[in-house]
Write a protein that binds this ligand. Structure first.
Ligand code: NI
Length: 269
């Protein structure tokens, strides 16, 4: 349990360092008197045997997590697994997705393979890959744009590498802002931009999970060609409902997650 807490603390520290806007969202909730509990933390990778979902999951399995759900996102050519802690009740779920690179052009596959070949062996076979960030070297804006034409997910991963793609506030644990309508209104009043793809709230009480998210903050990133402003990470909000047996639903809804992925799509401020 301590081990799992340490992972999330370390992950959170770099997430807020890299995403000042996420920190501002967090601070706004705290200033409103809320205590934040995480519903889940999400990660992205390529479906390559050296760095796939199962590789990224390793440190979590060692820290007491077990695999629960498996998901397929056909349109975005992604698959994902989610993990839950076996004994720590308040532990965030872990959601790890991977891009099925074989579904894309030979160019995209080449770029992914080149990136992966730059990963030091020590990282690939150790348990710290999940914290490593961009370990494939200074990105090229030309390649970033080329990737974006095929997959926004691939372009994001190419620039940021291994880090928390988003943290997620558990709306069930909020005292006053205890519905997604209230959360969204609160965020809008504070001037944050929300992901409206598929509606502000993805999912319904009948589906047992409602989610919304901010649009990723825009950050200046140093590319080989110079500095460009591109989307970074975002913050998500989830409210879960009990199933017919009275147990809080713990999985994910692929149709909703599909839209949430778009929170890192390129846009200009
Ligand atoms: Ni999420």
């Amino acid at each position: 349990m301590i081990q799992a807490r340490d992972i999330f603390q370390k992950m959170w520290n770099s997430y807020i360092l890299q995403n000042p806007e996420a920190k501002r969202v967090y601070d706004s909730f705290v200033a409103a008197g809320e205590v934040i509990q995480n519903d889940h933390v999400a990660f992205r990778t390529f479906n390559h045997p050296g760095i796939n979902v199962d590789v990224l999951a390793r440190p979590f399995l060692l820290a007491g997590y077990e695999q629960k759900g498996y998901y397929i996102f056909e349109d975005k050519h992604l698959t994902a697994k989610h993990y839950e802690h076996t004994s720590w009740k308040e532990a965030p779920r872990v959601f790890i997705s991977q891009l099925m690179t074989v579904h894309f052009s030979p160019e995209l596959q080449d770029i992914a393979l080149k990136c992966i070949s730059n990963i030091p062996e020590k990282l690939m076979f150790g348990n710290d890959l999940i914290f490593a960030g961009n370990i494939w070297g200074e990105p090229s804006y030309g390649i970033y744009e080329k990737l974006r034409n095929e997959s926004e997910y691939a372009a994001w991963l190419y620039v940021y590498g291994f880090c928390a793609n988003h943290f997620t506030v558990s709306v069930n644990h909020l005292a006053k802002l205890n519905t997604l309508e209230k959360v969204n209104q609160f965020l809008k009043e504070k001037g944050f931009h929300l992901n409206e793809s598929g509606g502000l709230i993805k999912g319904t009480p009948q589906e047992l999970l409602e989610q919304s998210s901010t649009l990723a903050g825009i950050l200046p990133v140093k590319f080989a060609e110079g500095t460009f402003e591109i989307p970074s990470c975002y913050y998500e909000f989830a409210r879960r409902y009990p199933d017919s047996d009275g147990n809080l639903y713990s999985g994910f809804i692929a149709k909703s997650a599909d839209k949430i992925f778009e929170s890192t799509d390129f846009y200009k401020k």
